[in-house]
Design a protein around this ligand. Structure first.
Ligand code: ATP
Ligand code: MG
Length: 421
């Protein structure tokens, strides 16, 4: 029979890699907890309408990347392509939006039907944070400082913060007209995507990954020149807070982000170490989103980081090796050895919960078991044969140091293990 494979663009994380994943996740979580962000979990599947309304009908995600299907009742459902919409939906549904500011974080798989390539999967993991209910730019600064602290904690120091302000929704409409005018004058230079977007969603053209479009856009009017005074002031306070805290940034007036719900602050953290997929984290303010999901308006800002891309930037740590290697390998053969050995191991585990003890299962001679002990990378073999069972002892055989094996009473084993550590 044909051997089944994973779905294209969806990856397995094998045991050798999960330790680094856990280090990444735990670092992200502990930084977020130190800023008093609380974890929230929400379903992987939502009604399709949640995403089409919030992310926006003219966006790549909604137009061509969503995993949408009809369930057995004919309802249109979608595997979440991002976390913010579901997060805001959950907070709204449970009455948490209007009871004071909320700071929350989430983590989990997201799904987008994109062309798989390095740094771009169809199932990928994001960790994100959302702060709802605060309009002032201090929270924008906090959200960005959280990211900076995460990079620092992970030992990642070659990332760059790109920053822009989209202004208010109304100011953006004014800019939209200026942009349409400029691009219409250069219609012959537009690629197919941009020609289509000129009709549907012209601001999206600023987000084009085509280098020719980026060159053309360098001559376009700047979004920052069109934003309203209040947004300009908001942006300036944010910049002051970032400056005061020593966070470097580059203003990128063409940064618009791939989702429609943003206004005012938008940002991306990028690196040139990952080739074309160099954005490791992106976020911004979304003061209209709660209303689009059906609530009374409430401001919000957040970010999402792409964990696979961040993982690529992390050095392999020694703890990865350590976490996957047993410290003791227990070998058992002969009359009564398995039964006594199991009871011994269980007692040790109760007394020393952090002990990494691999119990040999499957029988075999001492010789073959010891070969496996050696291969496991363990530092010591604990050996139980019929003699040790009868004499209430156990043999300890150092596997790495070349020292001789020695025998100790079984009830002294925990002390001896503690001494070896
Ligand atoms: P890109 O421009 O790379 O397509 P995006 O603007 O679509 O990214 P967001 O929706 O802002 O990305 O998601 C936030 C982060 O999630 C990205 O910066 C990236 O690190 C990660 N990400 C997005 N899509 C993918 C994907 N298909 N595979 C892996 N990571 C992804
Ligand atoms: Mg994308």
């Amino acid at each position: 029979m044909e051997r089944l494979q994973a779905v294209r663009g969806m990856h397995d994380t094998l045991p050798g890699d999960t330790t680094r994943w856990r280090r990444l996740e735990q670092t992200v979580q502990s930084v977020l907890h130190s800023y008093c962000y609380r974890e929230i979990r929400f379903p992987i599947i939502e009604k399709t309408e949640l995403f089409s309304r919030s992310i926006g009908a003219g966006t790549d995600i909604v137009n061509k990347e969503m995993y949408t299907f009809q369930d057995r009742n004919g309802e249109f459902l979608t595997l979440r392509p991002e976390g913010t919409a579901g997060c805001v939906r959950a907070l709204l549904q449970h009455g948490l939006i209007y009871s004071g500011p909320q700071r929350v974080w989430y983590q989990g798989p997201m799904f987008r039907h994109e062309r798989p390539q390095k740094g771009r999967q169809r199932q990928f993991y994001q960790a994100g944070a959302e702060a709802i209910g605060i309009e002032s730019p201090d929270i924008d600064a906090e959200i960005i400082l959280v990211c900076a602290r995460i990079w620092n904690a992970l030992g990642i120091n070659d990332v760059c913060l790109e920053l822009n302000s989209l202004g208010s929704y109304n100011a953006r409409q004014g800019y939209r007209n200026l942009l349409i005018e400029y691009l219409s004058d250069h219609r012959d230079q537009l690629d197919d995507d941009s020609t289509r977007r000129l009709q549907t969603n012209p601001l999206r053209i600023l987000d084009s990954k085509n280098p020719d479009m980026q060159t053309l856009l360098r001559g376009a009017p700047s979004l920052l020149d069109s934003i309203d005074n209040e947004s300009a002031e908001h942006f300036s306070v944010l910049r002051g807070l970032l400056d005061a805290n020593g966070v470097d940034y580059e203003i990128n007036p063409r940064l618009v982000r791939g989702l429609d719900y943003y206004n005012r602050t938008v940002f991306e953290w990028t690196t040139d170490r990952l080739g074309a997929q160099g954005t490791i984290c992106a976020g911004g303010r979304y003061d209209d989103l709660v209303a689009q999901v059906g609530g009374k308006p409430a401001p919000g800002i957040g970010f999402a980081m792409g964990l696979e891309r961040i993982l690529e930037l992390m050095e392999a740590g020694q703890e990865e090796q350590d976490a996957d290697t047993p410290r003791f390998y227990q070998v058992m053969a002969g009359e009564g050895a398995v039964k006594t050995g199991f009871m011994l191991a269980e007692r040790l585990r109760s007394e020393m919960p952090a002990l990494k003890l691999l119990l040999h299962c499957g029988g075999g001679s001492f010789k073959s078991q010891l070969r496996k002990a050696d291969k496991s990378g363990a530092d010591y073999a604990l050996i139980l044969g019929a003699d040790e069972v009868a004499q209430n002892t156990v043999l300890i055989k150092p596997l790495r140091s070349g020292e001789d094996q020695y025998e100790i009473p079984r009830d002294k084993l925990a002390d001896e293990i503690a001494r070896l550590d």
